[in-house]
Design a protein around this ligand. Sequence first.
Ligand code: CP
Ligand code: NVA
Length: 314
Amino acid sequence: MNLPEPNRHFIELGDAGADAIAAMIADALDRKSVRERLPKGQADRDAPLAGRVLALVFEKNSTRTRVSFDIAMRQLGGTVLILEAGSSQLGRGESIADTARVLSRMVDAIMLRTDDHSKVEEMARHACVPVINGLTDRSHPCQIVADLLTVIEQGKALPGLELAWFGDGNNVLNSVLEAAGLFKFNVRAAIPAGYEPDPEFVAMARAGGAAVTLTQDAGEAASDADVVVTDTWISMGQLDADEKRSAMAPYQVNEAMMAKARPDALFLHCLPAHVGEEVSQAVFEGPRSVVFDEAENRIHAQKSVLLWCFGLLG
Ligand code: CP
Ligand code: NVA
């Protein structure tokens, strides 16, 4: 179903495109700076989403996505309601299509966190309010808007940036690659054989003009990197196998790895982290780690995503 203008779905970064994402980041930085000392639940002065309700639908666990969307809506003057699969009819087999049509009559926007990406696409097909991808097995676009915001906030420009990724070629890396194509930064990903990212995202990055190197040599990826990124070795819904953990072991981000990156390199991790696995304690707690700024920026980034979905930005 087509959305009545100006409603827009945010299923992948490309739905918005580079110009709109750049506008989102600029607006997020502005809004963040003017409300610096306000209580976190107090609305921004203009409360642009006053009266709007966002449904947060979860088929997987979440801390940051859940809390940041809730606080983002409060700061924009709106409210949320939370629907867990296990305690709603979704968990008893009600279809995504019917859920989309019912929620569209009751709320103003829907965020879905789920496993199979086709479910968020199905939700968007049947909803007549904006649908936001809050993570699927394929991608995590909201996270990457916050990550780009964090990198820019730290004073780094995106075009030509060298981003090094370590470990699993997962949903978060897929969205990093999509962003690389949109903003023309380069990705060197050190990943053990068999765990590479979705080739469609690698192709998308290259088609957009990003240099993408997939290597099994962690040192090669780290060398002169501006930003070093990793994520859990075992994503939600994946089998926690000894085989995967031992394949990932050489790809831990530790001080030896950070020493190969540029002296001012940042360390990012979307969290939750497994300190001692994909990242050492020294790096996670160290001076180059901006992981808690990154987590906070989920709020500021999502405010912009929401405004874009409602046609109020970009
Ligand atoms: N980074 C992230 O999406 O965290 P949650 O799983 O806690 O939402
Ligand atoms: N790759 C992780 C990200 C969690 C925010 C997962 O899908 O579990």
